[in-house]
Design a protein around this ligand. Structure first.
Ligand code: PLP
Length: 393
């Protein structure tokens, strides 16, 4: 009998991958499944980005690169952040990693241990809570509520900070709700955090380019008073439809960047060299493909919110960003997980239970609109008919 480390028993998972596997199994049995569970754009990576990777391979970029990423890529990231957020960042503070997830793993490992507390959004990306528990730290949930558009309340964050708090995790625009926080609330939080100089902040801004209704993103990098302790996570996966390339990065505070690089050396050595050249093409090249993608997402967002609000017993707030909606299903008389299972097995629509994103997700379902408007329409029709049959029975 082998004996694993205790942390392995505390590691959670991302159930989107399980739902995807079950949906594929049902399809293999001949069932027609519409997948609204998926957390990735249903678009191809733009051609000029793919071509840059092909060229890099042909040009012989086959070896290891510096662990923090090739300099031209880190320079492109710094220029992009100046363009998008008007912030000056040194390329020396950028660490390129294989996907957005890696930065969260590193940040939690850097601060998490028994006796430490880490505050994280709930409902939120499930990997936060999973890795916090794995590290031995105590996860302190920060409830994100429908009445606040699923944005955080500064007071709720600040009252959870104790002498043991090492790290605060924030995510805006958010998975699974599409929620954001108003600028006034962010500024109130920044002011409050100035009184807690020992708390590091992981700001997951991976959906920062996915905002609707003319909204502007506020990056936590824009606040000078926090610059020595904000880790800003971003990447290529969502903005450029590059989830399979495994390309992400973070801007680390000067005092932490060496530690982050050391984690990279211990973990993965460096990111795939050709993918890094593709990352430069993405940031420096034409932005019309991501813009087209966002136009399509916006159209689907408005459509799916309207359709969900027509379903008896379902209500859905307008999400500000990302490509998810988080409808309230508490009036249907079924728990979120039970509804997820019924929708998949009986209706043929894959969704994710709100509880997969934390205990505060009970009563909600995450629906991704990374699917065609025709498929979304059909899924809403099937769910509507199923609800009618259920109500009639
Ligand atoms: C909030 C959030 N952060 C990070 C990630 C991870 O992205 P990546 O695929 O680049 O690891 C995701 C992916 O779904 C996400 O939703």
């Amino acid at each position: 009998m082998v004996t694993m480390a205790a942390g392995m028993g505390r590691l959670g998972t991302e159930s989107a991958f399980e739902v995807l596997a079950r949906a594929k199994a049902l399809e293999a049995q001949g069932r027609s499944i519409i997948n609204l569970g998926i957390g990735q754009p249903d678009f191809r990576t733009p051609d000029h980005i793919v071509e840059a990777a092909v060229k890099a391979l042909r040009d012989g970029h086959h070896g290891y690169t510096p662990a923090n990423g090739i300099l031209p890529l880190r320079e492109a990231v710094a220029e992009d952040l100046l363009r998008r957020h008007s912030v000056k960042v040194s390329p020396e503070q950028v660490v390129v990693v294989p996907g957005g997830k890696v930065t969260m793993f590193f940040a939690v490992l850097m601060f998490g241990e028994a006796g430490a507390e880490i505050i994280y959004p709930n409902p939120g990306f499930p990997i936060y809570e999973s890795v916090i528990k794995f590290s031995g730290a105590t996860p302190v949930p920060l409830p994100l509520l429908e009445k606040d558009g699923f944005g955080f309340s500064a007071d709720e964050v600040l009252k959870r900070i104790t002498a043991k708090t090492r790290l605060l995790i924030l995510n805006s625009p958010a998975n699974p709700t599409g929620g954001t926080s108003a600028k006034a609330e962010i500024e109130k939080l920044v002011k409050g955090l100035e009184k807690h100089p020992n708390v590091a902040i992981l700001s997951d801004e991976i959906y920062s380019e996915m905002l609707y209704g003319g909204r502007q993103h506020t990056s936590l990098l824009q606040y000078e008073s926090l610059r020595d302790r904000v880790i800003m996570l971003d990447g290529w996966s969502k903005t450029y439809a590059m989830t399979g390339w495994r390309m992400g990065y973070a801007v680390w505070p000067a005092a932490l960047v060496e530690h982050a690089t050391r984690l990279a050396i211990n973990c993965h050595s460096c990111v795939n060299a050709a993918a890094q050249w593709a990352g430069i093409a993405a940031l420096n090249g034409p932005q019309d493909e991501p813009q087209k993608m966002m136009k399509a997402f916006d159209e689907r967002r408005r459509f799916v919110v309207a359709e969900l609000n027509k379903l008896p017993g379902v209500s859905c707030v307008d999400p500000a960003g990302a490509f998810y909606v988080f409808p309230n299903i508490s009036k249907l008389g079924l728990g979120a997980k039970a509804l997820e299972l019924k929708l998949l097995e009986e209706v043929g629509v894959a969704t994710i239970a709100g509880t997969s994103f934390g205990s505060y997700g009970e009563g909600y379902l995450r629906i991704s609109y990374a699917n065609s408007i025709e498929n979304i329409g059909l899924a809403m029709q099937w769910i509507g008919e199923w609800l009618q049959r259920r109500n009639a029975a």
